[in-house]
Design a protein. Sequence first.
Length: 344
Amino acid sequence: MASSANSSLHRSMQGMTLVKVQNRVYRIPTASLQGSHRTTRSESNDNENKDEMDTIYTEEIVTYHHPVNRSFHGIIIGRGGSTLKQLKIETGARIDVSNGKDTVMIKGTQDKVDKAKETIDRLIKQAYDNSRPTHFLSLPIVSNFTTRKLEEFQSSILSSTFKCDGLDASIMVSSANLHITLGIFKLLSQSEIEKAIRFLKEECPKVVDDILQKKRLTIRLRHLATMQSNPAKTNVLYIGAEDETQNKSLETLCAALIEKMVEGGFMEKENRPFKMHITLINTSHRTARNDPSEDERQPVDARLILKSYGDLELGTVHIDKLHIMKMGRTGPGKTYVSEGSIPI
């Protein structure tokens, strides 16, 4: 009887699967479960395929604030915004010039941002190369004796009895502007000026101390010469600076200061050797020209000046400051304006 009952139960469970739901057990046709499973897998595959077809792969948009001196913003914008418009077309990037900031905002995919940066940098380099120097490194000459002797010399050569073609009071360098120029800078924003002054004050005192070793920097001003090989066509006449420092370190100091400023990225290394001089006449300062429309400088025939005053002496001077001066005589009485200095 038991065997017969087990056989009957086995037959009744054929094609069925027991499924427990909470506390109850149900008999479910196995085929329906398998069909449901197949349907689920099929639907899953269909959904996966659908997801793959619906996926759109996009490149990441990046925003970059590119450092650009605000003095060059006009170059990037161009007349009526023409250059900026062309930049956007060429690079495919969004480019916004920020007023009052030394940056330009570039937005787009990475390749477009990179292209915009390269194009802008190329424009800036061209503009920088074409820009004029703005500042110079200077050792000012300050001496009451030198001032008096220079005024006597200028008064003499400007007198009506001294015949010198091309001479004019406007091309004379005043005693307040006498200096030795060590090099020139292009500092095109206030932040660049501040950076250069900070470098001067932090890095140059050690250079001075190491070379002078607490000796006073002393020079003697004498002997006139011209920058031009032909004195009859002189644009710059200068007086020599002879080193009277105890350890004869003037040229060594000048060379070291120039090298330090080049190292700091503020000056470019000159191909020609440094020429120590103090300019007394410079025709670029001329205000009265025969033809104001002419760009060419009107030279001076300095032959008589050299003959009469070639051995001119303007005294011995102690130099006690190193300055970064602004180009152009914009101070009171047409003097140079100092941006910052260190003692020597």
